[in-house]
Design a protein around this ligand. Sequence first.
Ligand SMILES: Nc1ccn([C@@H]2O[C@H](COP(=O)(O)OP(=O)(O)OP(=O)(O)O)[C@@H](O)[C@H]2O)c(=O)n1
Ligand SMILES: O=C(CO)[C@H](O)[C@H](O)COP(=O)(O)O
Length: 441
Amino acid sequence: MDVSPAKVQSDASEVGRPVHPGGFLAGEAGKSDHVKAGRIVDFPVSVVLPAGGTGERTGLQTPKQFCSFLGRPLISFTIQTFERVSWIQNIVVVVAKENMDMMMDIIQRFQHKKVQVIPGGSTRHRSICNGVMALGEEERSADDKPKVVIVHDAVRPFVEEDFLHKIAVAAKEQGAAGATRPLVSTVIATTSEGYLDHSLERAKYRASEMPQGFTYDVIYQAYQRCTESDLEFGTECLHLALQYCGTNAKLIEGPPTLWKVTYKRDLAAAESIIKEMLSQSTCLLTGESTPGVRSADVFQKAFGALDMKLDVIPDLMGDNARYLLKAWNFIQVSFHSSCLSEVEDILVALDATNQALLHPPIVIWVHLKRTDEKSMALAESATIMNLASTAKLRNILLYGIEVHGSEDTDRWERSAPKVAEMASALIRDRNPALVGQLLQA
Ligand SMILES: Nc1ccn([C@@H]2O[C@H](COP(=O)(O)OP(=O)(O)OP(=O)(O)O)[C@@H](O)[C@H]2O)c(=O)n1
Ligand SMILES: O=C(CO)[C@H](O)[C@H](O)COP(=O)(O)O
């Protein structure tokens, strides 16, 4: 029997089950500029993010959209996802009345743009309806009204521009479009006594996910025409479009990342995805020295083996300052403890950008010592600890790694993969409790 991966994949799709749980991070980084450049949208698009729920199923006091990850609320990650899409004009965030002030505070703290906050309703449908109506308010000029409205749960923080593009274009063409995923479990109907009544043929059904897109007229009219019962008990916007506007939504299978944070365990999964996303790219600063360049080759190999991208540059001067503007991590290789001044320069440069506002960047000082050098004196250990404490107040996490006998090529080639492993563990874990520690490799 032929069980090549391609064959297994097509069989799985045919029976309507997920082919695999999915790599969460495969999308954006691997795409060519050509594909990215193809996402041109020449019509106005607005977004409604319902965020007015209480998150009862998490069992937590704080509604899940306000739970913090690396010091930043989940809703801020979702807003950023939409905000960075150039063709999205504005984002309406719908929150419960009692959380309006907190939401305004989040917008200010994380410097979100294009965002309007409006009060929600007692159910998800009512909140979305409020958002849609706000887009149609009379003071907006006709030109200002969106052609397409994307509705997306605030608690689904990971959605890529490519997929939003597909939904927006299909919504404009068909009137409505929505994301689906294959079902993981079979859906069954039960009798009122709790026995099996019948079961559905799983391959015929899909889970309806978000985002969903609608022409403004369709979603506006659907909410104008639907009943109180729909608003109270309904869970599906695509259904309102069908029932009240006769619009059959185009369904597009989306990636597994579209899953909704619903239970407490989903918060842990979201945190680990966020950490993974922030660990993708690291910048190795070699300084000007030749041995630094030699160490760079070994590091590059070791990081490659750990599936992490590593760019090697001498410093962050001139054009290289662009590394400070995105989610990069930094490793400074130094041959003298006096080179801690290079680390200080990175901290100052990072502080001058707003990156640390959005997530804690990692800076790792790798001190390559010769065999005849003593281990770091107490005063020098104290220096890195002090630097790290100050940096932590600015949400930058600084760690140190000391490598002995680095002048011996064989020894260095053995220890470099270990240094890379330690550095990647520090980057992936982002543990604030370990800042200022000088680890030994
Ligand atoms: N009255 C409501 C209820 C829900 N939502 C939003 O709709 C999205 C998806 O709903 P769900 O996962 O059910 O969120 P909660 O209602 O908060 O969760 P739970 O049902 O566990 O209480 C969330 O972003 C939620 O904040 C909303 O805007 N207004
Ligand atoms: O998946 C969806 C698309 O229709 C909704 O997010 C879902 O219906 C929300 O339901 P609930 O608030 O019950 O979790």
